[in-house]
Design a binder for this molecule. Structure first.
Ligand code: CP
Length: 291
C-alpha cells in the first residue's frame, strides 16, 4: 500500500489487517519501522481531530514531523498542490497527509510524485482514516460486521464520512440505512423519517450539517432539523439496549444530537477520537514500512 486515498481501494482483508494492527497498538505493541521517516500534514481545510490525531500517531511510530501551515505556504502565492508536494518530496519527506476541498485532489499528484499520500479528506469525496476508525469502533463493540444494522443520518450527499463508510460497511456485510432531508440524499436511496430505524439499528451514526458546502441555504432552522432528523431524548430511549451512538465530529450540539446525549452511556463519540490514534498508527506503519 503506497498511498491511502479512498476506501474503494481497500479490500476487506486490507481493512481487517489495519484494524487488527490498531488493536495491537492499543494493547501496547511497538511500531516496526526500520528507520525514522519524515512526514508533514498539509491541511487546506479546518481540522481539529484528523490533523492532531495524525500528528500524535506520527510521533508514536517514531516519525519526524515537519510543520506545515497552509495559511503561510506558497500555495497562497499561486503554487499548485503538485508543485507544493513535489517540493516537499525533494526536501526529503517520505509521506504527507493532505486535506483539500476538491474531490479527488490526489489524482493530479499520482503521476510524478514519489512520496506517499494519505488522504485526510477530499471535499465531499472520501475520508478513509475516519472510516477505518469508525470501523474499528464498531468492531471493538460487536466483534463482527456481518448482519449489523447501521443508520447514517444527516447531510449525506456532502459527507465524505458517509460515502467512505457506505462503501466499507456494505462490503463487510452491514445493512446500512441512510436518513436525511430529501435535498441531501444525492445518489443515495435514503429514508426521510426515523420510522422504524431507531428500533432496528445497532449503530446510529450522526453527521454534521456541512453548511460550508451548500450552494443554497437549508430551508429549515436548527430547531426544525433537530426535531425532524436529530437524535432526541425520545428517539434515544427507543434504541436497542446494546445499540451505540457515533458521530465523526465536530458535533453541533442540539442540532444533529441533543447535547446531553453526546457523552451518554451509549455514545462512543469521544471513544472514536481515541481510537483514531491507534488506527492512524496502523495506517502509517503499513504505508511507511513498504517504502
Ligand atoms: N472527524 C473529522 O474529520 O474531524 P476534523 O475535521 O476536526 O478533523
Amino acid at each position: 500500500m503506497k498511498h491511502l486515498l479512498s476506501m474503494e481501494h481497500l479490500t476487506n482483508d486490507d481493512v481487517m489487517t489495519i484494524l487488527n494492527r490498531a488493536s495491537e497498538f492499543e494493547q501496547g505493541a511497538t511500531p516496526q519501522l526500520d528507520r525514522t521517516y519524515t512526514v508533514a500534514n498539509l491541511f487546506f481545510e479546518p481540522s481539529t481531530r484528523t490533523k492532531t490525531s495524525f500528528e500524535m500517531a506520527e510521533r508514536k511510530v517514531g516519525c519526524t514531523v515537519i510543520p506545515f501551515d497552509a495559511d503561510f505556504s506558497s500555495t497562497l502565492k499561486g503554487e499548485s498542490l503538485y508543485d507544493t508536494v513535489k517540493t516537499l518530496e525533494m526536501i526529503g519527506l517520505d509521506a504527507v497527509v493532505i486535506r483539500e476541498k476538491h474531490d479527488e485532489y490526489y489524482n493530479e499528484l499520482l503521476e510524478g510524485i514519489n512520496l506517499s499520500i494519505i488522504n485526510g479528506g477530499d471535499g465531499t469525496g472520501q475520508h478513509p482514516s475516519q472510516s477505518l476508525l469508525d470501523l474499528y469502533t464498531i468492531y471493538k463493540e460487536f466483534g463482527k460486521f456481518e448482519g449489523l444494522n447501521v443508520t447514517i443520518a444527516g447531510d449525506i450527499t456532502h459527507s465524505r464520512v458517509a460515502k467512505s463508510n457506505a462503501i466499507a460497511l456494505q462490503r463487510l456485510g452491514v445493512n446500512v440505512n441512510f436518513l436525511c432531508p430529501p435535498e441531501w440524499a444525492g445518489d443515495f436511496e435514503a429514508h426521510h423519517s426515523w420510522n422504524g430505524l431507531i428500533e432496528e439499528s445497532d449503530v446510529i451514526m450522526l453527521l454534521r450539517i456541512q453548511h460550508e458546502r451548500h450552494r443554497v441555504n437549508a430551508n429549515f432552522t436548527k430547531e426544525e432539523y433537530h426535531k425532524e432528523y436529530g437524535l432526541t431524548f425520545e428517539r434515544e430511549s427507543k434504541m436497542k439496549d446494546h445499540a451505540i451512538i457515533m458521530h465523526p465530529a465536530p458535533v453541533n450540539r442540539d442540532v444533529e444530537i441533543a447535547s446531553e446525549l453526546v457523552e451518554c452511556e451509549r455514545s462512543r463519540i469521544f471513544e472514536q477520537v481515541r481510537n483514531g490514534v491507534f488506527i492512524r498508527m496502523a495506517i502509517l506503519e503499513t504505508i511507511l514500512k513498504e517504502r
